[in-house]
Ligand binder design. Structure first.
Ligand code: NAD
Length: 448
């Protein structure tokens, strides 16, 4: 008895995310499982049943690593941090998935994001499994030297799971090309030679690819352009609101602007901006480079994040975090198209409401797949030491995204005959992806 009690005490003493972070992480993981179960159910109804054991295998992560590690701060003090790396499924190839630096990162959140990566890579049919990683930290609170030390130590701690042919991280919320460069350098120092293919999203100078920084946001708009065509809305007349103005949100905004659409509202964690005539996105990006927030840009009215989500626009792009569109605000969504730039922004309860309302929802695993597609291109180029032009990158990405988009539309039509609600593109996309991973598993066989 005494032993059991001490195990419990030591677990909670070492690993203590806030109750709010635990709640959010569990919510994301439960959403990922609910989406999976719905897709498995419709697969069965359509004559593609998965065996019970196979369902259990696909629902579970393959391996999960929790690391607690010290970092020396600039004032000489030592702080402990907790990080994670989860491999959800490696059947179709090396695991791929970003690294997040955010105070609310938990094991459950990382696990959900890793599972979504498995389905995303299968949906766009690139030869990867799914992974994710993260550290519970607010990077804005660290100096550049502290951030580098934290990154190098975290990379060292998870290096037993990283490998150019086994697990290849990339940027996500709170991380950037410089952080990827430190990860690549740390891993290369351990192995004794330069290994660019161990991480993607690197700067160009060290084996990064053209177009990676822009890829996710640009890809979001490539998919939105197809959705606008299907919904017979000319892009020049389309109005767009974007929640989150980081990597994904800002480049989605810039691409939309370049395509001739009107971005009428944007926001970040500090607040939002609204201008019905359309915001000057290149000018706004300059403002953000200097001030690190959209707040204070003179050519727009302030708007709250809650107001932005319910604006009457043609396209709403959540590009911040999970659980933003919920049963509470979904009834008030007025957008015709909801394009999920973020991973997991919509809860399963909100999904049902949006389907009933007839909102054309482009699910995350399709909508934001441009990032992992160009990461895949970067990895291929690094392995071959042979680099492509930006034009080649963009046209290949567009071809893959368009193919996946119309495959999802066709799947939704097929599954409707077996009871899928019209417009449930998320379940159609997941069914397509899950079936691919299931087939790969059966063809490989269960070891030993
Ligand atoms: P980022 O850190 O560059 O930007 C995040 C943005 O969201 C920032 O502008 C931040 O201020 C804002 N934000 C945070 N909390 C907010 C809130 N409560 N309300 C409004 N805005 C808020 O991150 P990113 O890389 O752009 O990632 C955004 C989303 O896209 C995440 O869900 C991520 O998993 C997903 N994603 C990213 C990539 C990629 O290549 N970076 C690829 C696929 C998916």
């Amino acid at each position: 008895m005494a032993v059991e009690r001490s195990v419990e005490v030591s677990y909670s003493a070492f690993y203590s995310p806030s109750p709010e972070a635990i709640r959010k992480g569990l919510q994301a993981w439960h959403a990922a499982l609910a989406q999976f179960d719905k897709a498995a159910h419709i697969l069965e109804a359509s004559g593609h049943p998965l065996k019970r054991g196979l369902i259990e295998f696909l629902r579970r992560p393959k391996r999960e690593l929790i690391v607690n590690f010290p970092v020396q701060m600039d004032d000489g003090s030592i702080r402990m941090f907790t990080g994670y790396r989860v491999h959800h499924n490696a059947v179709r190839g090396p695991t791929k998935g970003g690294i997040r630096y955010h105070p609310d990162v938990t094991l459950e959140e990382v696990r959900a994001l890793a599972m979504w990566m498995t389905w995303k890579c299968a949906l766009v049919n690139i030869p990867y499994g799914g992974a994710k990683g993260g550290v519970a930290v607010d990077p804005a609170q660290l100096s550049p030297r502290e951030l580098e030390r934290l990154t190098r130590r975290y990379a060292t701690e998870i290096s037993l799971l990283m490998h150019p042919g086994g697990d290849v991280p990339a940027p996500d919320v709170g991380t950037n090309p410089q952080i990827m460069a430190w990860i690549m350098d740390t891993y290369s120092m351990h192995t004794g030679f330069t290994q660019p293919a161990v991480v993607t999203g690197k700067p160009l100078e060290i084996g990064g690819t053209m177009g990676r920084v822009e890829a996710t946001g640009r890809g979001v708009m490539m998919v939105v352009a197809e959705a606008l065509k299907v919904n017979r809305i000319p892009i020049e007349q389309a109005t767009i609101a974007i929640q989150g103005f980081g990597n994904v949100g800002s480049y989605a905004a810039l691409t939309a602007h370049q395509m001739g659409a009107r971005v009428v509202a944007v926001s970040d964690v500090q607040g939002g901006l609204y201008n019905p005539k359309g915001l000057d996105i290149p000018k706004l990006m300059d403002h953000v480079r200097q001030r690190r927030t959209v707040v204070g840009f003179p050519e727009g009215e302030p708007i709250s994040n809650a107001e932005l989500l319910t604006l009457k626009v043609d396209v709403l792009i959540p590009a911040a975090l999970e659980n933003q569109i919920t049963a509470e605000n979904a009834p008030f969504i007025q957008a015709r198209i909801l394009a999920e730039g973020a991973n997991g922004p919509t809860t399963p309860e909100a999904d049902e409401i949006l389907i009933e309302k007839g909102v054309f929802l482009i699910p995350d695993i399709l909508c934001n797949a441009g990032g992992v597609i160009v990461s895949y291109f970067e990895w291929v180029q690094d392995l071959q030491s042979f680099f492509w032009t930006e034009e080649e990158i963009n046209s290949r990405m567009e071809r893959i995204l368009k193919r996946a988009f119309y495959e999802v539309l066709a799947k939704e039509e097929e599954l409707r005959r077996h009871g899928l609600k019209a417009g449930d593109y998320r379940t159609a996309a997941q069914a397509l992806a899950i079936w691919r991973v299931a087939q790969a598993t059966l063809i490989r066989g269960i070891y030993p």
